[in-house]
Design a protein around this ligand. Sequence first.
Ligand code: AMP
Length: 283
Amino acid sequence: MKVVDTIPRMSTLVKIFKKEGKSISLIPTMGYLHEGHLSLVRAARKHTDVVVMSIFVNPMQFGPKEDFEKYPRDLKRDEHLAASAGVDVIFHPSVSDMYPAGYSTYVEVCGLGDTLCGASRPGHFKGVTTVVAKLFQIVRPNIAYFGQKDAQQAIIIKKMTEDLNMGIEIKIMPIVREPDGLAMSSRNAYLSPAERKNAPALYESLKKAETLVRSGEKDAAKIIKATEDMIRVIPNAKIDYVSMVDPRNLKKIKTVTGETLIALAVFIGKTRLIDNIIVKGAK
Ligand code: AMP
């Protein structure tokens, strides 16, 4: 496995891969890898000749009061995990390489980035689409892999790729969970032992919502209330949002018919966790 930390060096490698007729997949990450990231690697391994993983904690997608500085980083650990899962190249550019002085170009998907997570993290998705567009330009992948864990991000990236005719296939892989149901996340490392013990209740609340839908409940307001009631009893939990939306366009739904994305963001103590589930209501 190669570790490449400059854009020119990555571009040279990509040229060589293309000349050799190799297909490339890209897995954009912010590192501090866990099984969720590695599941994307294993999927990519099956479909392309070369698997590139970018590891870049992107300052542009963090708000001024967010955790950019303290976001967990451990490149040596990531290198071991990535190599054992089958990554061929880690691309780990510096912030000044990605955003040199005078940088002024942004990519924004309008209309999808200001609800759900975007409502409480203004500018977040503009930062995400800008960095992903840059990574796509540098690595020129045939396929890029993202996780359903970040459901809104996945929808926005798909839209950007279509709207800008990028010609890259976007694959969205299922959420990988801890044995107790908590969605894996690099930010889980922030949780205190007590918070970690309580955190699986978020997924339990989503499962409760799913059970309600399965039993025939169609009223989104009632389902959201039942989900929120389960979250409110978690010590030190503060709900950012619990929403039921159409997974194609993120529009809020009132009545569950067909596929519905139930997404939530909740602070447990100071840590903001997200999770989601797709349910299928009867027509
Ligand atoms: P991150 O490093 O958190 O930016 O995540 C990098 C990629 O891994 C994104 O496409 C995430 O959606 C995906 N990912 C993160 N956590 C999980 C998980 N628990 N299951 C599946 N994919 C995940």
